[in-house]
Design a protein around this ligand. Structure first.
Ligand code: NAP
Length: 436
């Protein structure tokens, strides 16, 4: 029997994900070769520092190099896996790989959210594949589900927990009642959060992932920097208590909806009905709820990060590309890339939602009346209200659905009232009725 043919891989990066790829390719080599009918062989590995002492996996030192260009243009490399991170060198490397006809796998959401249009256009022109399963929800095969599983459907809206660090912090705050800074420090000590966690807890990482999902689901191009984002840093332990009292939990959400002409896309913490599946997604797990025309609701859940889950997505992409290489060699036409048209993003003021509002007020008669009068003046109707008297008097209001611009104007006016002791805070509520 003849030896299976080899598909050559250049790994750019041997950190968490790159090391996972080496481990998986070694441990699952026989199964991968059997499924693919070809062997995936790592020809070269680009690192920043050749002499680094503590590598996560042992590799043949002769594979290591710091020369990215030489690694990409090797004749025996078919697929370049970009696993370095960042947007500058990664962009240069990916575009160079495409230019010389190499297929690309990347786990880099920031790269695709910033330079995705340029990269996909270059790949289409050169006739090569760019796969990116690991860039959104790590090991959860959400890109494949959306691109292939739902290829005949029309996605209407989606909502997900796509940042594991934020979800870990909010889940722990909800369970323990501890404040944000305290829980974040613990998450950093345990290695769940980066030394600089601002991209995660500030919503930027989730916005990058949402830009990729929006592009794929709604056949558009979306610059991630234009997505409205709010982090989880302002959530107070008392918000979890109120949320629970009304039948909700607080989750870090990425939300998108196709409105035809415009796209709604936003990242922020929100009150989620406690009886929804998304409410049960805790710790560092990721999940995406998708609503499509034919299938209706569907959910995807799993490990959104980590060495092996993420490497699994990268290697599966490499397997898929290898199949495409064989199909093209056999004369099959390449799969057509979906045509993407830029569409405007809906301003956050035009978004309609229900809201949770918390306001610190003086403990005096008539205060609630003043607050509700301002809300009424701005066309905001109230679904539920509680007033907690005492030293730290607070009014908490749940509204019916309203345009966000109206809500912001009303809160601006409320904050100027003499009876207000601490400025209003608000969170959006998803779901049409409390816990419904
Ligand atoms: P990492 O642990 O920091 O590893 C980065 C690797 O890239 C290192 O091996 C580093 O070399 C190499 N590298 C960085 N800059 C380089 C340069 N200028 N020239 C040559 N090599 C360079 O990162 P990671 O966690 O594996 O993440 C890689 C990518 O996967 C990122 O885009 C990330 O967003 C994405 N991702 C990660 C996860 C996860 O769970 N970690 C999940 C989903 C997606 P040295 O080893 O010599 O320093």
């Amino acid at each position: 029997m003849s030896e299976p043919r080899e598909i050559g891989i250049a790994l750019l990066g041997l950190g968490n994900v790159g090391s996972g790829v080496i481990k998986l390719l070694e441990e699952n080599a026989a199964a991968i070769t059997a499924r693919l009918g070809a062997r995936l062989v790592v020809r070269t590995i680009v690192v920043r520092e050749l002499e680094k002492k503590q590598r996560l996996v042992a590799v043949d030192p002769s594979l290591l190099t710091t020369d990215i260009t030489a690694a990409i243009i090797r004749d025996d490399v078919d697929i370049v896996c970009e696993l370095m991170g960042g947007t500058t060198l990664a962009r240069t490397a990916v575009l160079a790989a495409i230019r010389v006809g190499r297929h690309v796998v990347t786990a880099n959401k920031a790269l695709l959210a910033t330079h995705g249009s340029e990269i996909f256009a270059a790949a289409t022109e050169r006739g090569v594949d760019v796969y990116y399963e690991a860039a959104v929800c790590g090991g959860v095969p959400i890109i494949r589900a959306l691109r292939e599983g739902l290829a005949s459907d029309r996605i209407e809206h989606l909502m997900g927990i796509v940042n594991g660090t934020s979800n870990y912090v909010l889940s722990t705050m909800a369970e323990t009642g501890r404040p944000f800074a305290d829980v974040l420090a613990e998450a950093q000590a345990l290695g769940y959060a980066e030394a600089d966690p601002s991209l995660d807890v500030g919503g930027d990482d989730a916005a990058d992932k949402l830009a990729i999902l929006v592009g794929l689901c709604f056949a558009t191009t979306m610059d991630g920097s234009r997505i409205h984002r709010e982090g989880i840093t302002q959530i107070d332990p008392i918000d979890f208590e109120y949320a629970e009292r009304f039948g909700y939990v607080i989750k870090p959400l990425a939300v998108a909806r196709d409105h035809g002409t415009a796209i709604e896309a936003r990242v922020h913490p929100a009150l989620v009905p406690a009886n929804w599946l998304l409410a049960d997604v805790s710790g560092a797990k990721n999940a995406l709820y998708v609503h499509s025309y034919a299938l209706g609701p569907s959910m995807y859940y799993g490990a959104g990060a980590g060495m092996l889950p993420t490497a699994m997505a990268v290697v599966s992409d490499a397997i898929e590309i290898s199949r495409n290489i064989s199909a093209r060699a056999a004369g099959a036409p390449p799969m057509r890339t979906q045509v993407s048209e830029p569409r405007p993003i809906m301003p956050i003021e035009e978004v309609r939602s229900r809201y949770y509002i918390r306001i610190g007020v003086a403990d005096r008669p008539g205060v609630l009346g003043q607050v509700t009068t301002v809300l009424g003046y701005h066309g905001i109707s109230i679904a539920q209200v509680v007033q907690r008297p005492g030293q730290d008097t607070q009014i908490v209001v749940l509204t019916h659905e309203v345009r966000e611009g109206n809500l912001r104007e009303a809160l601006g006016a409320i904050d100027t009232l003499a009876v207000v002791t601490s400025k209003s805070r608000f969170l959006r509520i998803v779901g049409s009725t409390p816990a419904g």
